[in-house]
Write a protein that binds this ligand. Structure first.
Ligand SMILES: Nc1nc2c(c(=O)[nH]1)N[C@H]1C(S)=C(S)[C@@H](COP(=O)(O)OP(=O)(O)OC[C@H]3O[C@@H](n4cnc5c(=O)[nH]c(N)nc54)[C@H](O)[C@@H]3O)O[C@H]1N2
Ligand SMILES: Nc1nc2c(c(=O)[nH]1)N[C@H]1C(S)=C(S)[C@@H](COP(=O)(O)OP(=O)(O)OC[C@H]3O[C@@H](n4cnc5c(=O)[nH]c(N)nc54)[C@H](O)[C@@H]3O)O[C@H]1N2
Ligand SMILES: [Mo]
Length: 749
């Protein structure tokens, strides 16, 4: 489809969304299959969409159209293949020169490959030889903690459970995962504060909320199905309040592709009734301002506070001691705007707070999330209909993977049950998270890296140092569906193990298998693939884990291959180890699956205090930006990407066409810095250990607060310093990088 340059004026969704999804299906060479496959996404007898973790509306509903869900499915169902001939024709050096879009565009991986250094090429290898190679390396380590096992969030519960079992039987808790770069601060903050590290709302709460606040999240692109809930809420008069430095189209207006009226009349629904544009990292100051208004009005739920919380008085005193000058400077918002938002909050009988990466990828993320919960607690907005905390998760099973034990800091109760169920002594020492794994590789302390999905080389911070870290490894292994950067930035030995995707039929011992996932609202349900596998030689993730484990652990008492013959056997073990999964197999029979439950939703607080806790994190007004780094950079997603997977070069809702190396900047900053819209610049990040450069970005004048700029990830990951992360959660600060711009030598032509 054709878009004019300049800001996009239409609503999110609508015909352009349909047109764009059809274009992506066509580009992947999918004939006939595409529409059929899409009809089975998020259906009780179909598969869970490999896109985001937003829950399915209703297990009995007809298919829910989602443009970016179509792209995710089309990317997996593509007709293109990466064959041994392809690898024969390209050295790894040559592949390394391709951009991420071109790598993704090669299509599905088809057979196991091993790196051959003399020819700098990947060569085919038999599955058993690949497992033997992994076993040789792992068994050759002097300490199991010299290996790290990463997980991305598409991995099913069954595969994740088996994987962490393998890793712990091997003897380490080095289980970094994508969550470490994503919602880790939400988990840390919520666990301490309300006793569970997950959101407390269900989809039905969106039907009852009087107000929904959305902090630092862009649902129009990243969770398009959420717009359905927001649209319905808006239509019945619910207030929707957005806090986002950018005016995101999907937070403003939406035309539902399944609304005949909106589609035929060109109509659309307003999403946000209120829209505030704080400076990057300004949310905590804004929240304290809201808290101040609530406290001054005395509009608190005193009974709830008395019965269920602790720390209220200290919180109250801290908030009332903040000055409006500090709140305004800290948030970048005017007192009037904050008072207006507070008035909406006070007028609402039931409020939901949603948040995304705009909140978690900052140094003070944990404190910000705890302040967000503080504000909810003031009015008793946890544990009643239409109210609660809604961290909107990213990857479709990232929450489930954590539930299954993909965690570098496992609790004793979990380890004890795991050890009992499988008759071994799990390691107790905590392992490395993502940043810790990279640091350990750099020091030579981690020598083997295994990636269960994902794209570690591109998704992690500090691209050059991470690259160096991976290259220092003796072996890197990637279990993947598509070619990506992590296959090209590798250890001395390297394996690519191609696996089935979620949309594909997974047959074990002659019978098709279903696997399970947990969505952002703790609903667990079955997903069954329906497409023929992309290649006959692909194995499922559980089968690959079994292969690695059986080869590496000859004395294991676990019957790896037996478990994988029938995934119900794995689920029986999950039921034994993980609370909430009792009678797992039986309960899956219900269409739509089952709810894992959430004690905080019932106002049971399973934290140390036994109560919901007010945290009085005082405001630290931002220091004045140093002259060397006058700007703060956020790195975010375009409309045509899934994390490091680039589907296309447009960002329709932000009016960007055919270019990913763009940098959003305000008119004021352009003027102050003497730069022009359309000019090419290098982005230079300034840190205590020196400067990092990402060259060649085209400036785009945009409605964004002064001092703040934005650009896409992963092109900007070189700029994120490895040791710049959230306090206590160690999430890289991908939304607040101190930078300056310098004119680029890149020719604009
Ligand atoms: N199509 C598609 N879907 C996806 C993904 C994808 O890449 N593509 N990724 C998946 C994953 S893993 C995740 S975690 C989610 C990510 O979904 P989001 O959480 O929406 O992630 P981002 O695109 O990084 O955008 C964050 C938003 O926060 C805003 N923001 C940045 N800094 C701040 C701040 O300091 N304060 C406030 N208030 N706002 C801020 C940005 O302007 C942007 O609108 O989506 C998931 N779904
Ligand atoms: N600068 C910056 N960095 C960021 C972020 C940011 O906002 N800014 N966001 C962070 C966030 S929120 C996240 S979650 C991480 C994401 O980090 P990752 O999860 O590591 O990255 P993805 O790009 O989602 O991984 C894509 C690869 O996964 C593989 N894959 C796809 N489907 C499957 C499957 O079913 N099975 C297997 N085994 N492999 C599969 C494909 O080979 C594909 O190339 O990035 C983080 N990095
Ligand atoms: Mo994420």
């Amino acid at each position: 489809m054709d878009e004019a340059d300049g800001p996009y004026k239409g609503p999110a969704g609508g015909w352009p969304a349909l047109a764009s999804s059809l274009k992506h299906v066509k580009e992947q060479g999918i004939v006939g299959l595409g529409s059929l496959t899409m009809l089975k996404a998020n259906q009780p007898d179909g598969f869970d969409c490999p896109g985001c973790a937003w829950p399915d509306a209703n297990p009995h509903s007809t298919f829910e159209f989602c443009e970016n869900g179509v792209k995710a499915v089309a990317a997996e169902a593509t007709a293109r293949r990466v064959t041994r001939e392809f690898f024969e024709a390209h050295t790894v050096e040559a592949l390394g020169a391709m951009d991420d879009y071109a790598l993704e565009g090669q299509g599905r991986l088809t057979e196991p490959m091993v790196y051959d250094a003399p020819s700098d090429r990947y060569r085919p290898i038999a599955w058993d030889e690949a497992f033997a190679l992994i076993a040789r390396h792992l068994r050759g380590l002097s300490d199991p903690n010299q290996a790290a096992f990463y997980t991305s969030g598409r991995t099913s519960n069954e595969a994740a459970f088996l994987y962490q079992l393998f890793v712990r039987e091997f003897g380490t808790n080095n289980l970094p995962d994508c969550s470490n770069m994503c919602h880790e601060p939400s988990g840390v903050a919520l666990t301490e504060q309300i006793g569970i590290g997950k959101g407390t709302v269900l989809l039905e709460d969106f039907l009852h909320a009087d107000a929904i606040f959305i902090f630092g999240q862009n649902p129009g692109t990243n969770h398009p199905r959420m717009l359905g809930e927001l649209r319905a809420a808006s239509k019945r008069g619910c207030r929707i309040v957005s806090f986002n430095p950018l005016r995101e189209r999907g937070l403003e207006r939406f035309a539902h592709p399944q609304s005949a009226l909106e589609m035929t009349t060109g109509g659309s629904t307003r999403i946000s009734s209120h829209y505030y544009q704080p400076r990057l990292g300004g949310d905590r100051a804004a929240l304290l301002g809201i808290a101040r208004c609530v406290l001054e009005a005395g509009d608190v739920d005193a009974a709830f506070i008395a019965a269920h919380t602790q720390g209220y008085e200290a919180f109250r005193a801290m908030v009332l001691a903040q000055t409006w000058a500090d709140i305004e400077r800290g948030s970048g918002l005017a007192r009037r705007e904050i008072e207006e938002a507070a008035a909406v909050y006070m007028a609402s009988g039931a409020t939901i707070f949603c948040w995304g990466m705009g909140i978690t990828q900052h140094k003070h993320a944990v404190a910000t999330i705890q302040t967000l919960i503080d504000v909810l607690l003031l009015k008793g907005n946890i544990g009643r209909p239409g109210a609660g905390a809604c961290p909107v998760r990213g990857h479709s099973n990232v929450q489930g993977d954590r539930t299954m034990g993909i965690y570098e800091q496992p609790g004793e109760a979990f380890l004890a049950r795991l050890g009992k169920a499988f008759d071994f002594e799990p390691p107790r020492a905590h392992g490395h998270d993502v940043v810790g794994s990279i640091e350990a590789m750099l020091k030579g302390e981690v020598k083997v890296f295994v990636g269960m999905g994902g794209n570690f080389a591109a998704a992690t911070p500090d691209r050059d140092r991470t690259g160096e870290a991976l290259r220092r490894c003796a072996l890197t292994v990637n279990i993947s569906t598509k070619l990506n950067r992590s296959h090209l930035v590798h250890g001395r030995a390297s394996l690519i193990l191609p696996c089935l995707g979620r949309t594909e039929i997974d047959v074990q011992a002659g019978a098709p298998q279903g696997m399970t996932v947990e969505d952002s609202m703790s609903m667990v349900h079955v997903s069954t693939g329906m497409n023929a596998p992309a290649a006959g030689s692909l194995r499922s993730e559980p089968a690959i884990v079994a292969g690695m484990a059986a080869a590496t652990l000859p004395h294991s008492r676990t019957r790896w291959y037996w478990l994988v013959e029938d995934y119900r056997r794995i689920r029986d073990k999950i039921a034994e180890v993980i609370p909430g999964f009792e009678d797992f197999n039986q309960r899956l029979a219900v269409p739509g699956g089952f709810y894992l439950g959430n004690p905080a939703r019932e106002r049971r607080w399973e934290n140390a205090a036994g109560r919901a806790v007010f945290y009085a994190h005082p405001l630290v007004p931002p220091p004045a930006a140093p002259a060397a780094a006058p700007l703060t950079l956020m790195t975010m997603r375009s409309h045509d990407q899934y994390n490091t997977t680039i589907y296309g070069l447009h960002d329709r809702y932000r009016g960007i066409k055919g270019e990913r190396r763009v940098c959003f900047i305000s008119a004021g900053d352009l003027q102050t810095l003497g730069l022009q819209h359309g000019q090419w610049v290098d982005i230079v990040s300034v840190w205590h250990d020196g400067e990092r450069v990402a060259p060649g970005f085209k400036l785009v004048e945009y409605d964004i607060p002064a001092g703040c700029i934005g650009a896409y990830y992963p092109e900007t990951n070189a700029l994120v310093p490895l040791d710049s992360y959230a306090d206590r959660a160690r999430t890289p600060t991908s939304k607040s990088i101190p930078v300056r711009l310098r004119p680029s030598v890149r020719d604009a032509a």
